[in-house]
Design a protein around this ligand. Structure first.
Ligand code: URP
Ligand code: ZN
Ligand code: ZN
Length: 464
């Protein structure tokens, strides 16, 4: 069946015009000033988008759904996590496959993919975390790239003894990634420094959540970015720093870019909208806001938004990593290092960017689309199938009402956590209708699509 979206204001990374958009099956087949309905097949579904924006489906480049981490598992499954994404206008997620240090990459890929195949309602693809780099792992990683559509790796420089990779392996991995045309995404915090600082604080009796930020201050992350960029300079690898939380770290990436390093920078919505004071909330409420890198001083917000405006920061993701307050976060009531790290935000991202970015005058609509859809598609090899509104692209579309006002609450959140990090935050704008490959899957913040139906998006290495 066809789908006609009439009279909407189509906004892409570069264009802004009023038009009708028609999807035949899963693909956009016509974009015209006024499509005569008589030229369309009977049964075509029509959506009136007058006064609303028509955005390309948003892509979240940094999501955790299935995540064994810090002695527990993240709370969402692929059904709840992707329904939350779609209700908020995100039609494709890039999930991190995070195996343990003894797991084989091929098994991990199968585990994550089978879970997503069975439950995902949005489209999905994966960054493959590399936590071991022996001969077997190398061979399996080559196979995953060669025949299973994996085109990006992930390394953790943090989380000593759990997920971190040593310098010898980092160098060898980047060398292999360069040869294969695979971009390497990285969590840049120096694991040894964090470990030493955590031990020192705990020995001093500083065990509450407010000490989390001080155990991994900005310098730890800035050093991590510099370190990764140096290794990329030596190997020629293409790199991407995930959840970059402070401007000193961003500056190190920009400096590396000026030296010729191919580095892209991601910000995530919690670092743009929340700050370190949340982690200091009394009665252990601060635990809800523990993530790594930590929420920073509010003074970081404006420079991060400015770097988005200037396009030095390419993308805005979420780092959606949902853990309950009761039963999970409270494992660290007496020791902040035991609080599972992460804040859910896959549903809220787009409204937060619109409210606190666009409506606040910090970025324009084109930058919003570029950072939340087009650049994730381009950098990770999905463009122009995803990431824009064009004839031939997947009919992943968001009809967005820029004037709808409301507040966020755990009551309307589809993620399964028992709290929302944005409880009571106001929003301006809401996804009225969300389509995934031509099918309406969400209306007015509610999921209305089928259970499942999300599709794996295999990707090709770029051969830079
Ligand atoms: O706090 C975070 N970021 N949790 C998820 C794991 C990661 O580092 O991305
Ligand atoms: Zn991380
Ligand atoms: Zn993450």
């Amino acid at each position: 069946m066809g789908l006609l979206i009439r009279n909407g204001r189509v906004i892409t990374a570069t264009d802004d015009y009023v038009a009708d958009v028609y999807a035949e099956g899963e693909t956009i087949s016509r974009i015209e000033k006024a499509i005569d309905p008589k030229t369309l097949p009977p049964g075509t579904e029509t959506i009136d988008a007058k006064g609303k924006y028509v955005f390309p489906g948003f892509i979240d480049p940094h999501v955790h759904i299935y995540l064994p981490f810090m002695g527990t598992y993240a709370k969402d499954d692929h059904g709840s996590g992707t329904k939350a994404a779609l209700a908020g206008g995100t039609t494709t997620i890039i999930e991190m496959i995070c195996p343990g240090p003894n797991d084989e990459p091929a098994d991990a890929f199968e585990t994550w993919k089978s879970k997503a195949d069975a439950g995902a309602c949005s489209d999905f693809t994966f960054h493959m975390a590399v936590v071991r780099f022996d001969d077997l792992a190398k061979a399996q990683l080559r196979e995953l790239v060669g025949s299973h559509g994996v085109a990006s790796f992930k390394v953790f420089m943090a989380y000593k003894g759990a997920l971190d990779i040593n310098d010898e392996h980092l160098f060898d991995l980047l060398t292999m990634a360069k040869e294969m045309g695979v971009i390497t995404t990285a969590h840049c915090e120096n694991a040894e420094a964090v470990d030493a600082m955590q031990k020192r604080l705990l020995a001093e009796g500083r065990t509450s959540t407010e000490w989390h930020e001080r155990s991994r201050p900005r310098a730890v992350e800035a050093e991590g970015v510099h370190h990764l960029c140096t290794f990329a300079e030596l190997t020629g690898a293409h790199i991407y720093t995930v959840h970059t939380s402070n401007i000193a770290a961003v500056r190190n990436a920009i400096n590396a870019r000026l030296r010729g390093v191919d580095v892209w920078v991601e910000a995530v919505i919690p670092h743009l909208t929340l700050d370190a004071s949340y982690a200091e909330l009394p009665d252990f409420e601060g635990a809800k806001y523990l993530m790594s890198p930590p929420l920073r001083d509010k003074v970081e917000h404006e420079p991060l938004w400015a770097a988005l405006r200037g396009r030095e920061i390419s993308t805005i993701g979420t780092d959606h990593a949902p853990f309950d307050f009761k039963g999970q976060k409270d494992m660290g009531r007496d020791n902040f290092t035991l609080v599972p790290n992460g804040i859910p935000s896959v549903q809220e991202r787009i409204d937060l960017v619109h409210t606190y970015g666009v409506c606040a005058g910090r970025i324009n609509l084109h930058t919003m689309v570029d950072a939340c859809s087009t650049q994730p598609a381009r950098i990770f090899g999905m463009y122009p199938k995803k990431g824009t509104v064009a004839v031939g692209s997947d009919a992943d579309l968001v009809v967005y009402d820029p004037n709808d006002e409301g507040t966020f609450s755990v009551k309307t959140a589809l993620s399964q956590t028992d709290y929302s990090g944005y409880e009571g935050f106001t929003r301006k704008g809401k996804s009225s209708v969300v389509t995934l490959r031509g099918t309406v899957v969400a209306r007015d913040g509610k999921y209305v699509g089928p259970d499942g139906g999300g599709r794996y998006i295999p990707r090709e290495p770029t051969h830079f």
